[in-house]
Write a protein that binds this ligand. Structure first.
Ligand SMILES: [Mn+2]
Length: 426
């Protein structure tokens, strides 16, 4: 009788699709006598195809790994992926504490408890790793720490190349970049511009990052010194890479220059709307912030989400270069991101994660979870279609007039700033 009941329970467990994943894992058997395994004739995959979170070579979330920059960009074969993680270990354009060259490695290490098997995002109702998109960890871009002009060229060339081939189930691939300091956003936007035209940037940060290079007060300067982790959005605007008016900052709380509102006026000119950290607790709170973001961001245009981990309060992200007290919690950031379903997310990043300043893996763990939420958004947005790309390029062309016939590269070369011309001559 007891045996019959056990058999019934087993039948129910095996036949229910909700439990199908457990078929391989015989919780009811004592397998300590290894010789008894023969009766099951297990495959090699049965025996060795599973893993514990803390083991294995550290690709992001145990995803398959390939050095994607070594895939032939001229091949007519589609890429073996749709959404990929790419590490950008570059940290020599910071104004304060360095260390983000270890960011990709740190975030990957903290992502080990993520995998396809336990990847269902209950907030979104999907498992991003088990949906329409093929995922890949593309490794890191090799970038010199010795010469920022050369480093920028390397990153520009890498992003140009990463977009060259059609993705597996999508017209173009999407990339989730792991910084690196925030300056990496400039070459990312240059790469995206060539595919989509102007990009609308949703920027989570405690700082503006739209500062003109001369906002860093020093007698000393060079062309290279103008490319920094606080000036890249200003440079992107100068190059015409980003939307003229609908970009947004969320989570601001930095002190600003001088004795007035100049930085904010300049930020307006760069095309940004501002949501301050304090607005999270003002009358409309978190829901009001989400509504404001959704009201301003265009629904039919390519959106890029850049997350500077210093948008989080230092208690939630101590491992970063330029901490600002009074920020949001990781729960609040995840809440906002989860409400952005429906936007055309064409790329994203998590930057400024600096493991040397981290404590107990707090920051790298937050970075890995934010990366997972951003990849969920990319899956929710569906495959990129040819029609979407063409419709945006058309709009962009109409706005830019004569420049419509030019590539991003040509437009930048047209800039009157000689150093920019030099930096772009790849
Ligand atoms: Mn930043």
């Amino acid at each position: 009788m007891k045996l019959a009941l056990l058999q019934l329970l087993l039948t129910v467990a095996v036949s229910s699709s909700a439990h199908s994943i457990n078929e391989k894992y015989h919780a009811y058997k004592d397998q300590s006598d290894i010789s008894s395994l023969q009766a099951d004739s297990p495959s090699l995959d049965d025996l060795w195809g599973s893993f514990w979170a803390y083991q294995g070579i550290q690709s992001f979330a145990h995803l398959p790994y390939q050095q994607c920059l070594q895939l032939d960009p001229s091949s007519s074969e589609p890429l073996p992926y749709d959404i990929a993680v790419i590490g950008v270990p570059f940290d020599t354009a910071v104004s304060y504490r360095p260390g983000t060259r270890f960011g990709p490695q740190g975030i990957r290490s903290a992502s080990m408890r993520q995998d396809k098997w336990r990847g269902f995002n209950y907030r979104a109702g999907i498992n991003p790793f088990d949906n329409w998109a093929e995922f890949m960890d593309c490794g890191d871009i090799p970038i010199t720490p010795m010469d920022n002009t050369l480093a920028l060229k390397q990153m520009q060339l890498a992003y140009k190349q990463l977009f060259k081939r059609k993705a597996k189930n999508s017209e173009v691939p999407r990339y989730l970049s792991l910084g690196g300091d925030h300056s990496i956003l400039l070459p990312v936007l240059q790469g995206l511009y060539e595919t989509y035209g102007e990009i609308t940037v949703l920027h989570f940060d405690s700082h503006l990052d739209t500062w003109a290079p001369d906002k860093y007060p020093s007698f000393w300067s060079s062309n290279t010194s103008e490319f920094t982790h606080g000036s890249m959005l200003w440079l992107a605007h100068q190059h015409g890479l980003i939307s003229q008016e609908n970009n947004m900052h969320v989570g601001l709380r930095t002190r600003i220059s001088g004795n007035g509102w100049d930085d904010f006026n300049e930020d307006n000119e760069v095309g940004f709307k501002r949501i301050f950290a304090d607005e999270l607790i003002d009358s409309e709170g978190l829901k009001g912030v989400v509504q404001k973001v959704l009201d301003i961001l265009p629904k039919d245009k390519p959106i890029y989400i850049s997350v500077d981990i210093d948008v989080l309060d230092p208690s939630a992200a101590p491992g970063t270069g330029t901490m600002e007290v009074g920020g949001m919690t990781s729960r609040e950031l995840i809440y906002i991101l989860r409400k952005l379903k429906g936007l055309n997310i064409v790329g994203a990043d998590v930057v400024e994660v600096s493991p040397p300043f981290d404590i107990a893996d707090i920051t790298v763990t937050a970075g890995a979870q934010i990366a997972y939420e951003l990849m969920t958004l990319m899956v929710e947005a569906g495959p990129v279609t040819k029609q979407f790309i063409e419709s945006n390029k058309k709009v962009d062309t109409a706005n830019v007039g004569e420049d419509l016939r030019l590539t991003a590269l040509d437009r930048i070369i047209k800039s009157e700033r000689d150093y920019q011309l030099d930096m772009m001559s790849i």
